[in-house]
Design a protein around this ligand. Sequence first.
Ligand SMILES: [Ca+2]
Length: 268
Amino acid sequence: MYNTLLELLFIAFLYVYTTEAKSCTGWANYTLTRRGDWTDARHPNSPPASVRGFSETVGCSHNARYVMWAPGIKATTGVKNVAEAGNVTAIEAEMDIQIALKKAFKRYVGVMMVGGRSNDTIPNIEVNSEYPFVSFISMIAPSPDWFVGVRDLNLCNTATGEWRDREVRELFPYDAGTDSGVNFTSPDEVTNPPINIHRITNDTEGSLKGDKPVLSFGTFTFVKTSESVEVTSAPPLTPTQTANPGTNFNKKTLVLMLCIWNIIGYLL
Ligand SMILES: [Ca+2]
């Protein structure tokens, strides 16, 4: 029985040791390319092409302690103001507070994108080992309170511990839950009390209702443009030194090993 128990503990150790998430070191810079893809073919019942567009895309690099927006939670005033009016003043103030609290690192803003197929870029978005996530939003304009964006996108590949080269996200529409209009050009109608942020689907009443799934309104593409160079060369080992068994050996692993060692000692 003891042998079986030891085998199980050893398997558990291997599992933890080999599947542990790896952090990225240093920093990396990215360019965000915003591409609009709002056409009559993709989105029937849209307003005339001449009035379609997207508000300034606004966002920041941050850590896991800041959630700018997510389905299932209420929109902040900042998110509400972007989604309803493309106004970034409040969300910039919110991000500044997060930066002061060391939950966000730096914030960024693009320019208004006039036209459903317009493009723009935001260069030099900086992430680092402490703040590897990015979140960005932009208003679908005109609309009651609809927006597109990305949230909590980790630009560190935690499987490899390396900064991702390129990430593309389709921009599906979300409703901020603060205005009850159902069409792109509905008059203002305050949702009181506000409801949670939610994805707009082809079952949602209004302009986007239809037989087929709602297509994206474009893409956000993050491309790595530079990164800090990690020093990988180690000094030569002296005859009395041995190499580390792995690069992912940390406190958690050590604690687990000590636990196993204590159990073995107890059983013997
Ligand atoms: Ca709404």
